[in-house]
Design a protein around this ligand. Structure first.
Ligand SMILES: Nc1ncnc2c1ncn2[C@@H]1O[C@H](COP(=O)(O)OP(=O)(O)OP(=O)(O)O)[C@@H](O)[C@H]1O
Ligand SMILES: [Zn+2]
Length: 476
């Protein structure tokens, strides 16, 4: 059996992955707060974990993996979005508008992640369906001396858990110094965090031993993972931005409420998708959504390929150039594998790359080799382990697009093929050292308003500001 190695944030080491129960490999990914469209950064953990789940199913068996990803559907940001709708004159109670907003956002989320070829998890628990379990867990924490109720709030007593900070490798005092911790009169210690908070009459709330209120964000994941995966499970994943405080708090809650459990064995954190060196995030406003890209006509498969071309533990950014290259590669591979049956199993080099801490970039390099060898059946089976070249993501390759001044435009396939043929003829002339012909073709394309870009991968082209295709008739 292929051995998987994963980098575990908890131990800061790349470790051999040994499932607690090989008949049921269990993993949990922190899902979205459903108040708005997912941006491209939010899609990165989803696509990365989708590949991990495919690999685990390939190695351990399709029905021997349980994948949970939650929806956080109770949150102040959701309330604020619903309130804004109400103030804009939308009919309905705040509760109805909140429900409408979360339902709508979950629908968008499914459509966008489906478009990227990310399979739906086995369970998608919604926080509002697990309030009773959260209350039970909070009660257990109070009984154990790890939490206290004050003024309708319940707080986790951070100093009661000696291992707090281990995941991030920081001491509590360092964390206080570095974090924006809220000092509040109802806190014993500024570091203590909210498990439960009171709700005004006009906000969503549930009855509890501490009055009408709502849960804090961290307890949601602790309660839902416990209910669906048990007190010890294999992998907990999320973006590195969640390591502190969210994951640190999840560990504290879960390990104190279930002292005989180990909570998550492996912590897997993806690095950030960035824009000019900064995390893409809603709060910074430097984001674009997955839907924005799909609406520009960029196929979901191309977005997926770009996300997988960088290792998940490295920061990355999105560029139009990467999308263009990914599209050219996928178009070529789809052409090569059209009508071919996939090989019985993926190529060992591809499986080995993925098993080595999800080295998706290495796996893609191995796919290039298979394509280079003309092994279409091997390429198809192997690409599918990464969720590429699947039937669901296909169909786009029959349509042609080009770029014009950096903007993607639809182009008639006949024109595109003709330009492709000229670009290829130029490359051939160059390799035959027929520079006169190569230059003549370049000259005609240039006068027609088409720019050629040469790279290691070959030549691509785009439309310049002024295009006159009739000039192409000057050459054959
Ligand atoms: N720029 C990013 N790159 C990679 N992963 C990200 C990025 N931003 C958020 N994530 C991940 O997306 C998932 C959903 O996060 P969450 O719902 O907290 O996002 P959000 O609040 O909408 O995002 P933001 O951080 O933009 O305010 C989490 O696993 C988080 O780590
Ligand atoms: Zn979480």
């Amino acid at each position: 059996m292929v051995e998987i190695r994963l980098t575990n944030t908890r131990t800061r080491a790349k470790e051999l992955f040994r499932p607690l129960d090989p008949a049921n490999v269990r993993l949990y990914l922190c899902g979205p707060t459903v108040y708005d469209r997912a941006h491209l950064g939010n899609a990165r953990p989803v696509v990365v974990i989708d590949v991990l789940v495919r690999l685990l199913r390939h190695i351990h068996g399709a029905d021997r993996v349980t994948y949970v990803r939650n929806f956080t559907d109770v949150d102040d940001k959701i309330n604020a979005a619903a309130l804004a709708r109400q103030q804009a004159g939308n009919p309905g109670t705040l509760e109805e508008l909140i429900r409408e907003r979360t339902e709508e956002t979950i629908g968008w989320y499914h459509a966008d992640m489906d478009a990227l070829g990310a399979a739906r998890p086995d369970h998608e628990p919604r926080a509002t369906d697990y309030i009773a379990q959260m209350i039970a867990m909070i009660e257990a924490l109070i009984v154990g001396g790890h939490a206290y109720a004050r003024d309708g709030h319940v707080l986790f007593r951070v100093r009661s858990y000696a291992d707090y900070g281990k995941l991030s490798g920081r001491s509590v005092d360092d964390m206080i110094a570095g974090a924006r911790v809220e000092v509040a009169p109802f806190k014993e210690d500024p570091m203590d965090f909210v498990l439960w908070k009171p709700s005004d009459d006009d906000l969503p709330g549930w009855d509890s031993p501490w009055g009408r209120g709502r849960p804090g964000w961290h307890i949601e994941c602790s309660a839902m993972s416990y209910e669906l995966l048990g007190e010890s499970f294999d992998i907990h994943a999320g973006g590195i931005d969640l390591q502190f405080p969210h994951h640190e708090n999840e560990i504290a809650q879960s390990c104190c409420a279930h002292p005989y459990g180990r909570f998550a064995n492996v912590w897997l954190h993806n690095e950030m998708l960035q824009v000019e060196g900064k995390k893409m995030s809603k709060s910074l406003g430097n984001f674009f959504t997955v839907r924005d890209l799909l609406d520009q006509g960029i196929p979901g498969e191309v977005i997926r390929f770009v996300l997988l071309s960088t290792h998940y533990r490295k920061p990355m950014d999105w560029t139009a150039e990467k999308a263009r290259e990914a599209e050219a590669v996928l178009r070529k591979w789809r052409g090569l594998t059209a009508g071919i049956d996939p090989a019985a199993s993926p190529a060992p080099a591809v499986t080995a790359a993925l098993a080595d801490d999800l080295n998706t970039a290495g796996a893609i390099a191995a796919l290039h080799e298979l394509a280079g060898q003309g092994d279409a059946a091997g390429l198809l089976a192997s690409a599918r382990l990464l969720g590429l070249l699947t039937d669901e993501l296909g169909g786009w390759e029959s349509k042609r697009y080009a770029y014009s001044l950096g903007v993607r435009v639809g182009v008639n396939a006949q024109t595109a093929n003709r330009i492709d043929a000229l670009v290829e003829a130029r490359a051939l002339a160059k390799s035959n050292r027929d520079f006169a012909r190569a230059d003549a073709i370049r000259d005609v394309l240039g006068r027609a308003g088409i720019r050629i870009m040469d790279s290691r991968e070959g030549s691509s082209w785009e439309f310049g500001p002024e295009v006159n295709l009739s000039i192409l008739d000057e050459i054959h």
